[in-house]
Design a protein around this ligand. Structure first.
Ligand SMILES: [Zn+2]
Length: 83
């Protein structure tokens, strides 16, 4: 457990998250990063995450490792239908 991830992710505290495939935000924005550990999300590619936990507007993304480790600390809740 590392505190730097909590600090990175603090703006998402209390967010409701949905597990989904990563979808690019716009034509000019082809990737995102986990808000906590900065792991890279892309629609496809080597060494990237292609699915994860997103806020309901799909603007902030969180990887499954950070979800597991930080969920309680961050007060994240999963939207119904997500695992
Ligand atoms: Zn992460």
């Amino acid at each position: 457990m590392t505190d730097w991830r909590i600090d990175n992710a603090k703006h998402t505290k209390g967010a409701t998250l949905c597990f989904k495939k990563y979808v690019r935000w716009s034509d000019t924005w082809d990737h995102d990063h986990c808000v906590a550990c900065w792991a890279k999300f892309m629609e496809s590619g080597a060494d990237v995450l292609t699915e994860g936990y997103a806020t309901e507007d799909s603007y902030h993304w969180i990887c499954s490792d950070c979800l597991r480790d930080l969920k309680d600390e961050m007060g994240w809740t999963l939207a119904s239908g997500s695992k």
